[in-house]
Design a protein around this ligand. Structure first.
Ligand code: DX5
Ligand code: ZN
Length: 223
């Protein structure tokens, strides 16, 4: 897959109807989802509890696109193998939850997955500066993690641009992903700032046509 050819849209299943998860996965894939974004929360690192490896393994059975697993859990290094076995293709962890970030990223890659770091809104970009060689994805949180349907924090734009510059100057092949409050209203500004992957939960699953919503997010068209 050529990750860099265009803007990728990764619908977040957190806003899907969990009683019909398989159908929701099929629907969003038919609608053009490039990745499936799966939010794992432990009730400690964030004030919410969601899904774990068994549900991810079930999603994997009907997935045709890469699983982009976002771990919002304390000490995520404890579960790298479990998520790899469950079928994660990309595993993103938070530096705020992980003391030995470098070691954890190396372990993720050694397990055959792409390695990502997700930064809370308050976390500075220096958190990734010494691990760029170990990274495939940098994910900028544009809400405080824990819930879908929150408002995009516009003051994250300078941070997104600074990370874009950092990646470009590094010469490494790293994708820039944004998660939280993404919609057709802000997606064109995000892609202009150099974002490669747009995560969107409520702006896809909260609408009638997943295809129209994904297309509008990708193309930055406001209806
Ligand atoms: C928030 C999650 C997001 C969330 C995005 O903690 O990491 O992936 O599902 O949902 P929206 O797009 O509704 O903000
Ligand atoms: Zn997420």
């Amino acid at each position: 897959m050529n990750y860099k050819s265009n803007v990728l849209v990764a619908p977040s299943l957190l806003s899907a109807d969990f009683s019909r998860l398989g159908e929701e996965v099929d629907a969003v894939q038919d609608a053009g989802a490039d990745w499936l974004h799966l939010d794992v929360m432990d009730g400690n690192f964030v004030p919410n509890i969601t899904i774990g490896p068994p549900v991810i393994a079930a999603i994997k059975r009907c997935a045709e696109v890469p699983l982009d697993v976002h771990l919002m859990i304390d000490r995520p290094e404890r579960y790298v193998k479990d998520f790899q076995s469950a079928g994660a293709d990309i595993l993103s962890i938070h530096p705020e939850a992980c003391v030995h970030l470098h070691r954890a990223l190396v372990e993720i890659r050694d397990s055959g997955m792409k390695a990502g770091v997700a930064l809370n809104p308050s976390t500075g970009i220096c958190a990734i500066e010494n691990v760029l060689a170990e990274l495939d994805i940098v994910m900028v949180m544009t809400v405080n993690p824990g819930f879908g349907g929150q408002s995009f924090i516009p003051t994250m734009f300078p941070k997104i641009k600074a990370i874009r510059k950092m990646i470009d100057e590094s010469g490494y092949d790293i994708l820039l992903e944004v998660d939280g409050g993404v919609s057709p209203k802000n997606s064109s500004e995000l892609t202009k700032a150099g974002v490669n992957v747009l995560v969107a939960g409520s702006a896809v699953f909260g609408t009638r046509s997943y295809k129209v919503s994904i297309d509008n997010i990708r193309n930055g068209r406001v209806m």
